[in-house]
Design a protein around this ligand. Structure first.
Ligand code: CMP
Length: 142
């Protein structure tokens, strides 16, 4: 079993699409290991997206991600990282596959409704950024 971090971004929370996105996640067979509503500060968003700090869209991305509440999730499944990325669709909603979350709920490459980890090492960093072992059940023995 593999875990990935998922974020329902401020655009999708503001437009009341959290329930619809969670339903797609559950219907796809993910096990929910963590869930929380967060209000990221600029500092929080800069730390989370530090790998993108040299990109031209970094400042705008940080402003957007700290503009309102977001929902952070830990999803578990076989090949959870790839499975979640497929369910989300391409980064740009205009290029995302029909029926994907970003195609259906995103409105631009920045306001693209959801985020997902892109590799095993980034998934570990991203899950740890928001969740303790206690919250994700990792501290349960036996
Ligand atoms: P996400 O999967 O959260 O990872 C980084 C985010 O940067 C990405 O989704 C997009 O929402 C955002 N972004 C904004 N502009 C661009 C761009 N030109 N190319 C790629 N990502 C962009």
């Amino acid at each position: 079993m593999e875990r990935t971090l998922a974020i329902i971004k401020p655009d999708a929370v503001a437009t009341r699409q959290v329930g619809a996105i969670l339903q797609r996640i559950e219907l796809a067979g993910f096990t929910l290991r963590g869930i929380r509503l967060v209000n990221l500060s600029r500092h929080d968003a800069e730390g989370f997206y530090a790998v993108h700090r040299t990109k031209p869209f970094f400042d705008s991305l940080v402003t957007f991600m700290s503009s309102g509440p977001a929902v952070v999730l830990v999803l578990e499944a076989a090949d959870a990282i790839g499975k979640w990325r497929k369910l989300m669709g391409a980064t740009d909603p205009a290029k995302a596959e029909a029926g994907s979350i970003r195609r259906d709920f995103g409105s631009s490459i920045e306001h693209n409704a959801t985020h997902g980890s892109d590799a095993v090492d980034t998934a570990v960093f991203e899950v740890d950024y928001f969740f303790s072992d206690l919250e994700c059940g990792d501290s349960v023995e036996g």
